[in-house]
Write a protein that binds this ligand. Structure first.
Ligand SMILES: O=C(O)CCC(=O)C(=O)O
Length: 209
């Protein structure tokens, strides 16, 4: 898909899906680096499937956050320079009873940014794939985990089923969530989150403060 088409889709829906984003070799390296980090960390009790700050654990992730192949694309989609924020691992753990409730990634005064989410495993409705609600990036929603009124039946909701090495990019204001992993299969993904450089100091309604 051309950059123009991706940009049109991103502006309209608040997310894009990039099939085959990583080569098999890139995927293998990412998996190995992620496994190395995960073997070192203690999981949080509230969100055992979420490991933040991979870039603080392994400099390889810091390099990817700064210079990975997603950087140029996200910069083009946001039409801005980027301020790299963090790399994380999101795992839906087989047999868990809940996923991550609907939320947006924008927090506090900063509203403009984007996340690249890269699948290490197949993700589908059984093992807790991501859901996006198209168009919600144009709403002014609070940054809480557990936004009311969103679900798989919402207008514009889309279950994003992907294969290993596929990626998605979502606007920091796009509503998304994942359901519990009801399968026995692993569902891991790596995320890179960026702020749009020029939104520093903006107020919550997106105007320069
Ligand atoms: O991968 C998931 O289960 C959720 C990801 C997410 O919430 C995020 O990238 O902000």
């Amino acid at each position: 898909m051309s950059l123009e088409q991706l940009k049109r889709d991103f502006d309209r829906d608040g997310y894009v899906v990039l099939r085959g984003f990583l080569s098999p070799e890139e995927l293998e390296e990412l998996r190995a680096r992620a496994a190395g980090c995960l073997s070192e960390v203690r999981r949080s009790e509230e969100y055992p499937g979420v490991v933040k700050n991979l870039n603080g654990i392994d400099p390889w992730f810091e390099d990817q956050l700064q210079r990975g192949k997603q950087v140029e694309l996200i910069s083009a989609l946001l039409e801005d320079d980027l301020e790299p924020a963090s790399a994380g691992c999101f795992e839906r753990i087989p047999g868990e009873s809940s996923g991550i409730r609907p939320h947006i990634d924008a927090i506090g005064n900063r509203r403009r940014g984007a996340t690249a989410w890269i699948a290490l495993d197949r993700a589908d409705r059984e093992n807790g794939c991501l859901f996006y609600v198209a168009g919600t990036h144009r709403q002014d929603l609070p940054s809480v985990v557990g936004l009311e009124g969103f679900g798989a039946d919402s207008e514009g909701a889309m279950a994003v089923e992907v294969e290993p090495g596929d990626a998605t990019i979502h606007n920091s204001r796009t509503v998304h969530w994942s359901e519990a992993n009801r399968s026995a299969r692993s569902r891991q993904a790596i995320t890179y989150f960026y702020w749009a450089a020029s939104c520093e100091g903006e107020t919550a309604d997106g105007r320069a403060g």
